[in-house]
Design a protein around this ligand. Sequence first.
Ligand code: CA
Length: 236
Amino acid sequence: MAKVTILVVEDEAAIQQLVSYNLIKAGFHVSCADTGEEALECLLKEDIDCILLDLMLPGISGVDVCRKIRAKSTSDDRYIPIIMLTAKGEEEDIIAGLECGADDYITKPFSPKVLEARIKAVLRRGFERNKSDQEDNQTTIMVDNLEINRGRHEVMLGGEKLHLTMTEFGILALLAAKPGWVFTRQQIIDSVRGYDFLITPRAIDVQIFGLRKKLGEAGSLIETIRGVGYRYRPKQ
Ligand code: CA
């Protein structure tokens, strides 16, 4: 298998070197960019498999870089996963990044092992993405002991039918279709709008609370990502 190439976009030389060193040690091929502009140029010239993107960059911000990359890619482009590198307290930026198409984020300082695991996870998810995009059009989602039938608006848990509201159903179907993907409250609102009157992020929290209660023990499959949103537990 060809080496996986990671593009590290980071303006702080010390961090860029440390991250690169660890990635090379882990067996990846590494390209570096100091600015967002440089990163976008590099994407035109090189075959990049995954991007580590610092949010606080001189010139165009990490979030804008992310937006530009996602705006450009068309359906026949290869999907390049993006992991944002963030500092503590950048929750608003993390949310903005996820909403414009970043796949994950990691908070500095991070351990090389955790970074490596995150990269492998997004690469795997990126690989499965086309497959799951196709599956989105299918009506039934089977995950853990849940069977979610979109056409019939029906959820079976361990063979027993659950009685969910339309909004609860919409949220569960959204999250369960992509285990491991973090959805912000705004993304959830956008996705389930039209089922019920439901506008505020707080209303999402209330819906999730109700949904977990109905799921019983399986309620823990829906994880809270503090300061960001929710996700369905990643596949083990
Ligand atoms: Ca920086």
